[in-house]
Design a protein around this ligand. Structure first.
Ligand code: GRF
Length: 218
């Protein structure tokens, strides 16, 4: 089966982008990364993508000011010009209009550093620590007009430690992000995910006794 053509949208360092690029090198991976697109000219991820031989493009959002749709039309045109079939948001720091989301409905996925639907929005790790939750994590989901919502494809969790700071917690969650984003894209690109209204259905599942308990009594 032909590999699905994927673009990754970034604004920053691109560590999730790198995880996707690395995963896509496997011969049996059902997607190929054909473009990395940034809205920030000096995003660190651009150089990393180029080092991996991936084509990059920048469309700066700033000059478009408040005309978000004009910016998105420029992005959409370049995605179409590259025959992109799936879009991965990876630290892309722009809110998307319903128009753009509609163009890529069921074909655009995002990673969020929390176990949705908890902690939509920013500062997820600080908020999780303030609330004293004992399990935290990350979510890959399809993009819908509402921010940090949409059918959940995959989640990964970590145990929160008593001495965690936002930074230490963020680092462990990021490690999980780098595992689940490539796996989630593998499922989506491989046609293993069916969107059923607000949820994703798949035959893939975690092992039934794979409980994460935190804190664990030892
Ligand atoms: C990640 O924490 C991701 O969950 C969030 O933005 C951050 C991007 O980091 N959406 P990176 O650019 O992938 O390193």
């Amino acid at each position: 089966m032909a590999k699905r053509r994927v673009a990754i949208l970034i604004s920053g360092r691109g560590s999730n982008m790198t995880a996707l690029i690395e995963a896509a090198k496997a011969a049996d991976y059902p997607a190929e990364i054909v473009l990395v697109l940034s809205n920030i000219a000096d995003a660190g991820g651009l150089a990393k993508a180029q080092q991996s031989g991936i084509k990059t493009a920048t469309i700066e959002s700033k000059p478009f000011g408040k005309d978000r749709e004009a910016f998105e039309r420029a992005m959409h045109d370049i995605l179409v010009a590259h025959d992109v079939e799936l879009v991965c948001l990876a630290g892309f720091l722009r809110l998307l209009t319903p128009w753009f989301v509609k163009q890529w409905e069921g074909k655009m996925i995002n990673i969020h550093p929390a176990l949705l639907p908890s902690y939509r929005g920013l500062h997820t790790h600080e908020r999780a620590l303030t609330d004293g939750v004992k399990i935290h994590g990350a979510t890959v989901h399809f993009v819908v007009p509402e921010v940090d919502s949409g059918p959940i494809i995959m989640q990964g969790a970590v145990a929160v430690r008593g001495d965690d700071t936002p930074d230490t917690l963020a680092a462990r969650v990021l490690g999980v992000e780098h595992r689940i984003y490539p796996d989630a894209l593998r499922l989506v690109a491989g046609g293993k995910i069916r969107i059923d209204g607000p949820v994703c259905k798949t035959d893939a599942c975690g092992s039934p006794d794979d409980a994460l308990i935190s804190p664990e009594i030892i």
